[in-house]
Design a binder for this molecule. Structure first.
Ligand code: ZN
Length: 103
């Protein structure tokens, strides 16, 4: 089952705050299903990244920066969105060294 076209159209029409809420909702659902969980003992790399939303007429791209956690699981690279990296916010107790990008 794929994403319904009308659902995609609905998502595209959302405002920025609504999109953020949707991201949080989707993240929660993924976590409930066991995805995006950093396994114990995994070597996690934190990166701050800017994200392009893909809208042709967006004047605010790139968005962010946001924190992402990266780790390897069964040989595959996994990532998890951790939230805004603005104003030097750290992604958690394991404060990373910012890789090149200063606030
Ligand atoms: Zn954008």
């Amino acid at each position: 089952m794929g994403l319904d076209r009308s659902l995609i159209a609905d998502v595209r029409s959302l405002s920025e705050p609504e999109l953020r809420r949707l991201v949080i909702l989707a993240q929660d659902l993924l976590e409930q299903r066991g995805a995006g969980r950093v396994p114990e003992g995994a070597k996690v790399t934190y990166r701050r990244e800017e994200v392009r939303c893909g809208k042709a007429n967006c004047t605010r791209c790139p968005h962010g920066p946001y924190w992402y956690a990266y780790w390897r699981e069964d040989g595959k690279l996994r990532s998890r969105y951790l939230g805004s990296a603005r104003a030097g916010r750290s992604p958690g107790e394991a404060a990373p060294t910012a890789d090149g990008v200063e606030p």
